[in-house]
Design a binder for this molecule. Sequence first.
Ligand SMILES: Cc1cc2nc3c(=O)[nH]c(=O)nc-3n(C[C@H](O)[C@H](O)[C@H](O)COP(=O)(O)OP(=O)(O)OC[C@H]3O[C@@H](n4cnc5c(N)ncnc54)[C@H](O)[C@@H]3O)c2cc1C
Length: 391
Amino acid sequence: MRSDYDCIVVGAGPAGSMAAEAAARKGLRTLLLEKDREIGVPVRCAEGVGERELTELVQPRERWVANVVQGAVLIAPNGKEVVIEGNGDRGLVLDRKIFDYDLAAMAAAHGAEIATKAYVFDVLRTDGRVTGVRVQHLGRTHDIRARVVIGADGVESRVGRFAGLHTALKLRNLGSCLQVTLANIRVDPRYVYAYFGEAVAPGGYLWIFPKSETEANVGIGILGPYTKQRSAMRYLDDFLRRRFPHAAVLYTVAGCVPVAKTLKKIIAPGLMLAGDAAHQVNPVTGGGIITAMFAGRLAGNVAAKAIAANDVSENMLNEYAREWHRQVGQKHERLYRVKESIIKLRDADFNRLAEIMQDIPPEERTLLTVLKKALMRKPALILDLVRAFMG
Ligand SMILES: Cc1cc2nc3c(=O)[nH]c(=O)nc-3n(C[C@H](O)[C@H](O)[C@H](O)COP(=O)(O)OP(=O)(O)OC[C@H]3O[C@@H](n4cnc5c(N)ncnc54)[C@H](O)[C@@H]3O)c2cc1C
């Protein structure tokens, strides 16, 4: 490691690796720092992405894909199943260990330097501007300077906080998740499954993302306030006992998802935050891989532009925040309102929604047709959802 770079990226998840790749591709001397010993491990993710969305960002490699799905099955509290076909829009269940690893390797191929076991525990500041990081690497502490720092250090981001940004997440906007990877099960791998209901996953949902006919990521995400009554683990245990009594648990992981609006401020002089660190997750689904990649790339490109202009002021870096909001953030604000409506739904509302969906022929069942049909029936809560979507 040198003692100064153009760009330092903290965290080698999808946001960080895409940021490092973009910055290095534009010729910046770039350093990517990861606190864990190995990139991609531990996996805290159900590993689902849309194929089209991923392909817009990178060319998917075969080795990243554990399973391809053609649609989703939604299961109402009364057990009614509604199949939603992707109609050609396929979903991928990734192998994130390989995926994250390869994204970092792609950044390296463009010239980014990478260090693992490199824990950033403070930022350096000069005249109110972030000018580097303090890192512990293999037992030694280093101060490394950079003209721009990109904080891509995940939901528990400390880089933003070190730089004085307000990164706290309200309990009501925190998805508390627990997931197991199961073997020795039987599941139709052509679909992902989402279960709803107060007894299954209050203020959230429980998922099955198959990796094959006999393996799947099975997890639950519930909103913070509900965990006071009963933990995510107890809900998941109940479900597993009923649905997969003979499963072997290969892997267990807990984690949090920010189901919130994007942070009010995602930039400071010399600093940008990207991915979970900036709360750039879809607030309805909790999916954040694609948006993290998008934001990371955008931040890396803006870093290059700012450095070329010799101006890393807040004003200059604001292009990143502006573009994020224009291209994705505004949609997330609408989705946040949808989430706020969904958490008000009771079991009877979910059951009614399932009935409405079942009336629609499977080949016509898209989110839009469901909403149109719901609108005709005009139940008040569903109207809330429609308003949120239509903005
Ligand atoms: C149980 C669960 C299931 C999920 N399922 C899905 C899903 O199916 N699809 C989907 O799209 N999203 C899913 N998500 C969300 C998704 O995992 C995240 O949105 C995504 O990983 C965000 O990428 P990121 O690069 O911002 O952060 P991360 O992937 O969290 O990467 C941050 C990196 O920064 C490193 N780091 C942190 N602090 C420091 C430090 N101080 N110094 C150096 N390095 C540091 C971390 O070790 C980590 O490697 C799920 C999340 C959970 C918890």
